[in-house]
Design a protein around this ligand. Sequence first.
Ligand SMILES: *Cc1c(COP(=O)(O)O)cnc(C)c1O
Length: 493
Amino acid sequence: MQPVTPTSARLEPTLFELSRPGRPGYRLPISGVPAGIGASAIPAAQQRASGPALPSLAEPQVVRHYTRLSQLNLCIDSQFYPLGSCTMKYNPKINDELASLPGFADLHPMSDSESCQGALALIHGLQEALCALAGMDGFSLAPLAGAQGEFAGLLVIREHLRRKGETGRDTILVPDSAHGTNPASATLAGFNTLQVPSNDRGRVDLGKLKEALNDRVAGLMMTNPSTLGLFESEILAIADLVHQAGGQLYYDGANLNAIAGIARPGDMGFDVVHINLHKTFSTPHGGGGPGGGPVGVKAHLIPHLPSPRVERIETDAGARYEFRFDIDTSIGALSCFWGNFGVLVRAYTYIRHHGAEGIRDNSRCAVLNANYLKALVAKHFPPAYSGVCMHEFVLNLREADIGGQRAIGVAKRLLDYGVHAPTVYFPLVVPEAFMVEPTETETPETLEQFAAALEKVREECLTQPEVIDGAPWTTPVRRLDEVTAARNPVLVE
Ligand SMILES: *Cc1c(COP(=O)(O)O)cnc(C)c1O
């Protein structure tokens, strides 16, 4: 990974800019229909006076344009992408291929259960596999993203409490290291949120948790390992405390890469869990979707799971599968039809392909890779917390030997070395946080190259701070004004 010489990289022109009049990329066969026929059926006021203003280009121009566009962003198929918490691991292409088999991809969303038994068997099989992996009794695959899984899970808890007449429980506890979607989902589901501070080991402070527990608490949302990459060693005690206080325990399993096949949220005492299929189970998600955030629960909450669920019915003629949309104790539907079915096919294929042992090995490699990389960089980049990490680790760049430079500068300069930047400034409890998740799909050599690139950037921080301040130099667009980009987006040309 050599730094590329600074260039003023150019943005790809639009198809309209590349267009030349009279250069169509197609030749239509003569239709044999006399001109004017058909047009006469359209009222004169609605008829076009001239053709549509479409660009006209040769086909190879179009292919090259989109191929170049596809390469403007750093991506997992061409570069290392250690984006902590988000798990940008390599997703085997075979899973995409199976998801696009015509029998899956061409299924009509209005198909009745009778005509799509294979697809229903797959959904049911995935429900069962996720139950086994998470230690839960029931799963619904309806949620379309992690945050929607959280929202659904919290509505399930709310419905459970409502039916028990415990409507006074209106507060969800959230640790201060939690993903931002946790308090957001709790608020959206109608709860107040209360933050639980971490102790100096980055774990939930048990004393503070006890103080926060009372008869207004509906539940505690936790990520374990947390977004600090740390396993909550006191999880069983935490679960007991929350249950004794009458609360439910919610597991944010968006990223299951450290524990899948090794430990199960259900065995840790959790009542509800959501899992991001697009982080752990082989759906590419660099472009922001589609995703899948199945939500699973212990037996007492199954009646409230979102619909639809697929049930297996044993008959004399063998098993049949049936969509159930009509469960009146359910919190209801979250979207039309089935959820993101292609995502479910990829996850099912991935799980069946690897099997229990393969999934366990993947988790072990993810943890091993993270610890190896942490050790490679530790000399100049101290981790925020000491000890063994899980699938990711967080560096505290305020403590790093980088001449007072900030996490944002280091992250931006790494782009010039052909590495996607790690997650920065999250979790909020670490100053100048720099969160690295190498994933199990990278080789030791790639990790060593990343450590070497980080070391070069560190030297630049000390000797050429102006290079860091101006980075990135080689990307098609340079450092953006992110506030203006969000507040005043330019959406048309
Ligand atoms: C990614 C993530 C989420 C949110 O998942 P989305 O699919 O982006 O909505 C929630 N919690 C954690 C810990 C995550 O890493």
